[in-house]
Structures are given as C-alpha cells and as structure tokens.
Ligand binder design. Sequence first.
Ligand code: SF4
Length: 379
Amino acid sequence: MLFQEPLGEPYESMTFDQLDERIRAHKARLGDRLVILGHHYQQDDVIRYADFTGDSLRLARLAGQQHKARYIVFCGVHFMAESADMLTGDDQIVILPDLSAGCSMADMTDATDLQTCLDEVAALAGGARIVPITYVNSTAAVKAVTGRAGGACCTSGNCRTVLEWALRSEADGGAGAQKILAAPDQHLVRATALDMGYGLDDCVVYRPTELNGGLTAEQVQAATFILWEGYCSVHQEFTVEQIAHRRRQYPGIQVIVHPECPIDVVQAADLHGSTEQIIRTIAEAAPGSKWAVGTEVNLVNRLANRHTDRLVVNLADHHCLCSTMYRIDPAHLCWALDNLVEGRVVNRVTVAPDIKADALIALDRMVNLQGVTAATRTR
Ligand code: SF4
C-alpha cells in the first residue's frame, strides 16, 4: 500500500462548507475537462461530487468512455485507478485523491507469488490446462501475469460469465480451461462455482505461505477450482449468527449479501449479488418489504435513505466499513482539484507500458464479457 503525507493546513481546519464551495467552483471551472468517478462504497460527503457512480465493472467501462475528459479523478481505491489508467487514452490523467486508499484484498496477492502458484499448480495438475481468473481487485502487475497466462479478470457482476468463458472449449470461443486458478478472493469464485452446479469438493484452497500451497497432486487433479487464500476484510465480517439475529428481530426480513462473504453466509442468505445487483434488488423491492444487507456500510446506509418506504438495515450491528476507501474525503478531493486548477497534477496513477500491455488482455476480456443484472436466489 502506498503512503500519503498528511495534507496539513489549510485543509485540516477547513469547514465542510468551505471545502464544498471550493470543490464546486473547481468543477465548474474545469468543466468537461474533469470527470469524477465514485465507487458505491464511497462516503456520501464525497459521492455528492461524482459525475458517475458504480461498482468496479461499471466504473471501468465508464472510465474508458470519457473521451472528452483530460482529468479523471477516481474516488475509489488504487487498483480501480490503475484499471482506469489502462482503459483511458495516453493523454488522459487519472488521479487518486489519497494514495493510501488501497484494498487489503488486492494486497494479498503479488505478481511473483501468483506466477509461483501457477507454476506449482501446473506441476501438480498432470498436464491439465489451467487458466487464471483474477478478481479485478488486484494490482496491474497481477493482472499482467493473468493476461500472459491466457486468463481474464472478473468482477462480482460478471464472475459467472467469465468462469463459463474460461471453461468453454477454444473451439466454442472459450479458453479451454480444465481448471481455474482464482485469485485473490476465494469466496467469490467458490460461491459462483456452487451457483454453476459445482460442489464444495470441486474447490481447494491454495495457501501462499506453504510449499505448493499446501496441496497434493491428488487434490489439485481432483479439483476444478483452485482458490487463492484471500478475502475482503469488510465482507469477511459477516456471519450466519447475524443472519439468524436479524430474522429473529424482523420476522419476514429478506437477507441479501455480497458474494465476497464467506460461503456459509452466502448459503444462509436469501439472495447474493454484486453491489449493482444489490442496488437493483432493493430498488425493485415492494414498498413495505424488509431487507438486511451484507455489504459495505456506506452503500447500505445510502439504500436505506433512498428507499424510506421499505426497511433496509445493515446485516451486522457493527459497521462494516471499507476503511481504506474512506480515506478519500472532501479535503483530499479539494486538495487534488486545487492543484489541478493551478496547473499541477498530484497523485497521478500510471501503469508501466510493459505491465499495461499484458494486463489489458485480462482487463479487456472482463469489460467485454457481460454480467447478469439480477441477484442470485439461494433460498
Ligand atoms: S470493500 Fe474489501 S475488496 Fe472492496 S475495496 Fe474495500 S477492502 Fe477491497
């Protein structure tokens, strides 16, 4: 994770109104030259300035469509800004207002370790074709290893489509995989594999701290999905006990969770889906319906405020906050824009050309493979 120096004065003592006035003035002055993208997990005090909001997949696509904008200020986390840099033109500049806004899950896999994993698993697999599928929540260097090995990135919104592509024969336009190596998140691909009709026995976990990931040749050869031992520190917080508690508290409540949650939580919920799918499900729900939502707290609170004719509560009693994304606040946004209007670019995020070439192979596949809009019903 990168480190951001404290902003110092005047930003530390500016009021919300002062920051608001300055950000709005800069936006007006920069006009079409500026686009601000905001991830759904971003706090309301920042999302109010976003020209577009979305999950990783939607924002990646949107970034690639902003042909008029010279500056793309990404209010998300570092891997998202890297993807935006790769999907935009060479003359466009991507800025992350706080460089320490990283992703703990993306930090769980690096390129060297992923390549070692691919080599070790290939040596154990008895000649089976292994295709890596990397969650978009990963560094550009990890995406490059994926692209070089014939794989693709995916998001929670199109994971199933990408896995089906990977497992389809090359004659049918797929990657011809006999086995999938999924990194860094284990939970998303395990849940999706079960949606596709596979069993838990078809999945094994590769532990990067152990030789061969702690796996034997027999285990690798019997498995279809080899899952890197990674997770999201936010979605890992949700439990089956919380689901039981909400059901006791609000009889008739429906539980919808993100597939980054552990598999027992996904299976105990009524529905699971990506952030876009969760948003759509709540938006289309009947007035008077009751929902417990297992995802990042800023999004859940926004849904509760937007749909006041239905009950929307956090699944957990404590707040599951993406603390790294939360580092982007109005002060950092104001600071980045202050510099832009004075002709200085701060916190530009770039990907080296050799990494970009290979990473784009994996990223382009993700952007072009459509996901589904509806959440998946578990019960
Ligand atoms: S919610 Fe989890 S996966 Fe998403 S950016 Fe935050 S730490 Fe990363």
